[in-house]
Design a protein around this ligand. Structure first.
Ligand code: AMP
Ligand code: MG
Length: 336
């Protein structure tokens, strides 16, 4: 929930006078969070209520495939299965997992959707344990079940194969982005080219706002309470995602343990990088990359972002306040 959209009510009402630039706006719940769709100048032949239903249904279908929180989802069935031969799955699941594997390889395993057993052990997954410290033996045991190379993926026919019977996939770091992309593609197919789609802070933007100017996105300051704008960016065609450690964590002995786990150590990350925002062609890629860079941390992550020419903004905790570090690609987009 790290990005939010700047909307000045006054400007909005002023704009609705021009029917061509009218705002159509609807919201709902999916993937354990909220979503919103904003469209500038909806073509008159499109019924907004029908559109809202269609998008709701689309997101519901994706959730039914990819949610680890739903026992009947395709992902949960695969997670429960003990089979180590090829298991037929939907092309959608294969598509998302292939992108996940690409980001895993790119980040040397810092991003890894097989991290599920560790996420659950630390109390951040569907099988919620009371927040407590796992033992070293528990961390080591869960860690054995983690590793992106333990998952094989086949395209045709679409299928997955477990390298061990007890691997468990968690798509929380990439599925929201995928949902955003699918909703955006649905809008495009209807001839809608000016929109902003958001699921829990992961976004896809195209065209212009009702004001006739690029959509404006506010990047939040990484505060645990309240909301403050760190920076505003204007975008015309992008996926945007933020990954942060400042909202979802527990405290133990005065130390914070976040929901972002380094699969290479089995521990929640502890460095001073508190938030990463990534701009990319797709929201899915931005979503996965933001998590990957956050795990890698302020130095390694920044190095990878520059090397791969990723547009990323890093927010790092300092003794007083925060320090921002933007990659060369990010600076090409940014406006204060
Ligand atoms: P995001 O907010 O997109 O960074 O996703 C965070 C969620 O992804 C966490 O709540 C976990 O369920 C999962 N996760 C945690 N660590 C990792 C990791 N290293 N790689 C992939 N997913 C992770
Ligand atoms: Mg992510």
């Amino acid at each position: 929930m790290a990005l939010f959209i700047i909307w000045l009510c006054l400007l909005l009402t002023a704009c609705t006078a021009n029917s061509e630039e009218r705002l159509t706006w609807f919201t709902g719940a999916t993937m354990g969070t909220g979503y919103s769709v904003r469209i500038t100048g909806l073509p008159p032949d499109i019924d907004p209520q029908r559109l809202e239903c269609d998008i709701g249904r689309l997101l519901e279908e994706i959730n039914g495939l990819m949610s680890a929180y739903r026992e009947d989802s395709e992902l949960s069935r695969f997670n429960r299965s003990r089979r180590t031969d090829w298991v037929a799955v939907s092309p959608e699941l294969v598509y998302v997992l292939q992108e996940a594997q690409r980001v895993s390889r790119l980040s040397g395993g810092a991003f890894d959707v097989t991290v599920g057993p560790l996420v659950n052990l630390w109390g951040f997954g569907p099988s919620l344990y009371p927040a407590r410290m796992p033992t070293a033996a528990q961390i080591a045991a869960a860690g054995k079940r983690v590793g992106f190379e333990l998952l094989q993926i086949r395209n045709s026919p679409p299928a997955l194969r477990k390298g061990r019977e007890d691997i468990y996939i968690d798509l929380s770091a990439i599925a929201k982005g995928y949902g955003v992309d699918r909703a955006a593609e649905f809008l495009e197919a209807q001839g809608i080219h000016n929109y902003l789609v958001d699921i829990g802070g992961e976004e896809r933007i195209k065209g212009h706002s009702p004001l006739g100017i690029p959509w404006r996105i506010a990047i939040e300051q990484p505060m645990t309470e309240g909301r403050k704008v760190q920076r505003i960016i204007e975008l015309d065609s992008h996926g945007v995602a933020t990954s942060g450690t400042y909202r979802n964590y527990f405290e133990w002995d005065g130390k914070r343990y976040s929901h972002i786990i380094d699969p290479r150590t089995g521990w929640p990350i502890t460095h001073k990088l508190v938030s990463v925002t990534v701009l990319s062609d797709t929201a899915m890629r931005a979503d996965a990359l933001a998590t990957a860079l956050l795990v890698l941390g302020p130095e390694q992550g920044f190095k990878m972002a520059e090397r791969e020419q990723i547009a990323a903004l890093f927010i790092i905790r300092a003794s007083a306040g925060f320090i921002e570090k933007a990659t060369t690609r990010f600076l090409e987009f940014h406006r204060d």
